[in-house]
Ligand binder design. Sequence first.
Ligand code: FUB
Length: 366
Amino acid sequence: MNKKKQLALTLAVSVLLAAGCQSSGGKATAQQETSRVDTGKYLSQPLVNNMYTADPSAHVFNGRIYIYPSHDVDFGTPQSVGGDHFDMRDYHVFSMDSIGGKVTDHGVALSLQDVSWAQRQLWAPDAAFKNGTYYLYFPAKDPEGIFRIGVATSKSPSGPFKAEPKPIEGSFSIDPAVFIDEDGVSYMYFGGIWGGQLQKWEGGKFNPKGSETDLLKDDAPALAPKVAKMSADMLSFDGAVRDVQILDKNGKPFLTKDHDKRFFEAAWMHKYNGKYYFSYSTGNTHFLAYATGDSPMGPFTYQGAFMNPVHGWTSHHSIVEVKGKWYVFYHDTQLSDKTYLRNMKVTELKHAKDGSIELIEPLRIK
Ligand code: FUB
């Protein structure tokens, strides 16, 4: 490894770990932390104050807004570049009748102990409704420490959900986002690098000794998010997992060194005026970016960032239409100032006349 690369890796690792240590120590609840922060600094306020919530996937079911977030808790798990300190063990479902309305916590919808194949780290989930059933999709590490994606079902959008005995065959990595197109065909987008392990899957086989980051491969093509069609029963993939191609305006794929544009994690899909919008986080550069295309399988052309970095390290969102207006659910670390104890938020998202998304600044610049 040359000196420049060694320095970059050391820097990234220390930035990650230092970021995770912001105001470390103490296990204050989200509620206790509220009074310590300058709420005027933020575009919007946390939706929930009595627990930590992140990676909010929002959907409108039966005219009500349901949110499926990760449930961040400080279990004192040592921090690592692979994200061991994101040690989540259950999911709660939240709902509200309108944006700005009262948020209802429906309690524990699924626990790690009830997922027979999963050993740790219930990361960012998503939900879908089809065939009269609600599906909760979630990543977790199996006993070998490999992230897989599981599915659980319920007759109610708020759960409780019952997990299938095995992860989805052929699934790997993190951050599932399930999109059902107008023709009824469903797709799962997924993947994440660094803690999400995509860089350990080169060649289609998991390499436990693979790199913890993508930082040593500057001139290699950037690692691609994944997409698979879902079977009619929504419990498995229908066909092969494919790369999601994100191209620049000249039709060229990004390189690893394009850190402020290349995919990192947090895939999402929404459809607006007949176009497919694939959005994602750039991770270590903290932007939420989007790319558009004419098919749900891609390719997608990069359009730009639609949200500047939030307070915190991770950025993860969902985009949903509610009564004719569009909203982005996202998170930051306003309540805790710790990277792994986050709080979900929502703000309006506007498509301009040409279809582009107006850039959102989540922090008030004074
Ligand atoms: O919440 C754990 C991980 O952090 C998610 O899976 C990523 O998207 C990032 O938000």
